[in-house]
Design a protein around this ligand. Structure first.
Ligand code: NAP
Length: 325
């Protein structure tokens, strides 16, 4: 099978398509013939040698897959050959075949192509865990979503709207405003020209944000904290804008703020199975009913994996970049 690996860390030119033997499924695993995967910032970091796969996971790049069950292990239940499945893995998804624990595979909605399905797992699992599980988002809450047109941002805006929350989104360029509005943001701020604190103030009637979904980190840190209402929650999800901040604990204590971190990769298998179950219960039905949808930026054939990485690195994507096998 073809698979993408990095022999020497570096830029997109370091990505290599190689021939590898098909993985062999264990008793509780599925062998999946993979038709599509999607890019994540983690792949870019891994390519640069800054984010190795967790011990035991494949060194082949790729965290999400959409394909067909090709073989089932002896202890698998609920799946058979030919089933269309998607989901997350710790590595190995930039490949034509992969193995996954059967409890982490999710049936693909009938109306979804493999490309659309591949654009779902990482961003909707992450947005779901952040907003529904950690932040306990409720109808009427005000949420500030940084990098609103990113993969995770585009999923989070929709999920927040489906919960009945009001969204303020930030974006780095004018062409990303429209997508956020179409996904349901009440207000979109181009952060290079406008201070998002004003927009939060406006949308929340002066109360402040209940939740900040921070996909950017240090760059927006001080103002993100300031935006929160008393008892508000800030979710630390991404650090594309830097990871070093200073913090006046007095502010956290006095305003009873909650700062919550999340990392999806590298969790124990039981955690990952629980995350997949929560996704099936809370988010999948919304996708099946068409109330929320994956946002596809562009589909590249596997041979153009380097161009796909360049596009993400240049911050050009709106929603997800997909690779077709
Ligand atoms: N913790 C977890 O488990 C988890 C899971 C998934 C993703 N993440 C993280 O969440 C973030 C978003 O992921 P994604 O896949 O949705 O990313 P993405 O689609 O590649 O979008 C990232 C966006 O962030 C903005 N950005 C990039 N560099 C920036 C900078 N220096 N300052 C400010 N904004 C910058 C850009 O949007 P603008 O042009 O609008 O500025 C860029 O398009 C990433 O940091 C990723 O690592 C974390």
């Amino acid at each position: 099978m073809r698979a993408v690996i990095v022999q020497l860390p570096g830029g997109p030119e370091c990505l290599q398509i190689v021939e590898r033997p098909r993985p062999v499924p264990g008793p509780s695993e599925l062998l999946v013939r993979n038709f599509a995967t999607a890019l994540n910032r983690a792949d870019l970091l891994q390519r640069r040698g800054l984010y190795p796969p967790p011990p035991g996971d494949s060194e082949v790049l790729g965290l999400e897959f959409a394909g067909e069950v090709a073989e089932v292990g002896s202890r698998v239940s609920g799946f058979q050959r030919g089933d269309r499945v998607f989901g997350l893995v710790g590595g190995g998804a930039y490949a034509e075949f992969l193995t996954v624990r059967y409890e982490m595979a999710v049936p693909i909605p009938d109306t979804f192509s493999f490309e659309a399905a591949a654009a779902v797992p990482e961003v909707f699992y992450t947005a779901g865990e952040c907003l529904l599980e950690l932040a306990r988002l409720e109808r009427g809450d005000v949420v500030l979503v940084h990098a609103g047109a990113s993969g995770v941002g585009s999923a989070a805006i929709q999920l927040a709207r489906a919960t009945g929350a009001l969204v303020v989104a930030t974006v780095g360029s004018a062409r990303k405003v429209d997508l956020c509005l179409r996904l349901g943001a009440a207000r979109v701020v181009q952060y290079k020209d406008e201070d998002f604190r004003g927009a939060v103030n406006e949308v929340s009637g002066g109360r402040g944000a209940d939740v900040v979904l921070d996909l950017v980190g240090a760059k927006h840190w001080d103002r993100s904290l300031e935006c929160l209402r008393e008892g508000g929650r800030l979710l630390v999800v991404g650090m594309v804008g830097g990871s070093r901040v200073s913090l006046d604990l007095w502010q956290v204590l006095r305003r009873r703020l909650q700062i919550l971190g999340i990392a999806m990769r590298g969790r124990g298998i039981d955690d990952k199975i629980a995350i997949a179950r929560r996704f099936r219960e809370r988010v999948l039905p919304l996708l099946e009913r068409g109330e929320i949808r994956p946002v596809l930026d562009r589909v590249f054939p596997l041979e153009e994996v380097r161009s796909a990485h360049e596009r993400m690195e240049a911050n050009l994507n709106e929603g997800k970049i997909v690779l077709r096998m």
